[in-house]
Design a protein around this ligand. Sequence first.
Ligand code: AMP
Length: 399
Amino acid sequence: MSGLKGIKTIRDFELKDKRVFLRLDLNVPLANGVISDETRILASLPTIKYAVEKGAKLILASHLGRPKSAEDKSQSLEGVGKRLAELLQMEVMLVEEPDSEATKALLVGLKKNQIILLENVRFHSGETQDSMEFAQALAPLADIYINDAFGASHRAHATIHALPSLIKEKGIGFLIEKEIQMLDQLLDSPKRPYIAILGGAKVSDKIAVFEKLIDLVDGFIIGGAMAYTFLKAKNISIGKSLVENEKLNYAREMMARVEARNKSFLLPVDHIVASSLHETTGEVTTSVTIPDDKMGLDIGPKTLVQFSEAVKGAATLFWNGPMGVFEKKAFSKGSFGLAAAIAESKGIKIVGGGDSAAAAEQSGFASQMTHISTGGGASLEYLQGDKLPGLEVLRTKIR
Ligand code: AMP
């Protein structure tokens, strides 16, 4: 079943001269105040442009980072507003007090080439508390509410959840529509063979997704730090590698269940190791075992060949979590090499946001993926089968 059932999209509304509250995810990374990756801004443009073309009076809203208070100007959306103005060739007016009379007046008199951008909604404590009071202050600004903030839709926050509950006309934008359609391809009769590549820091973060995928996929490929918990569960020496000792039993049980279902479960057969996380060079192990004084920080070359071979023939691929500490050049070959192999595969290739999205971008193969999610947490929760509060509130109840 489509995850979008009962949810309207922006196309379903007559937008001309309507005040449209558009919740976006403009939560971009900043390095010394400068936007270091504008993917989320670019991903928001189609919905903004559509609304502008249809003659809407637009109020954009987003969060940025985790500010402690409105005094935390390092988390201001000012820079994002400037970039939006350049990209849209429009005047973007940053508004600090959304519920003031001045803002309402501004909105009424909004000209064709102007849009309003509310300052970081997390400057108001009510945002993360899903405060009805904060939502009630914002609701009079809008005739129509549109959520296109996929990366924030797994959070019951005021502009995602409480606010749309107060507005009758509501729906999603093009980004959420695409994200859900892509993720649904991983859930509803996926093309086979279907391989899930899971990596990253911890097994515990991915248990729910393992549980969901175990009956859907034909095989798993496991890399990153989480592979060491599985290797240790098989009594293989992993030296000082990161491990979750309290998950060893789960790892054993999980591998037995995969085997009982006749599915493949690929673990690293060699590694790039170093004596600590602070090292900037690594060495290749000759076998699967890791010396006592070393830790595994990336998959090794033999593993990369095996993993690459396994993804080649897949018709559906889902990748979540890097194969190693890809942030450092010495430990990035596994993640970047795998990105290259995924890119070459002819199947549907979906990258589940967060660090794997960053690894895909840095590998240079991002444009060859079918879809790279803009929301790491949201895409995992959706795949796990969790209900996303930001979507559920928009769904018409089917009796
Ligand atoms: P996650 O958020 O669970 O996808 O984890 C991503 C993080 O896991 C990245 O910051 C990687 O540097 C880290 N990581 C991946 N492999 C390893 C490893 N072998 N040892 C330590 N950290 C790792």
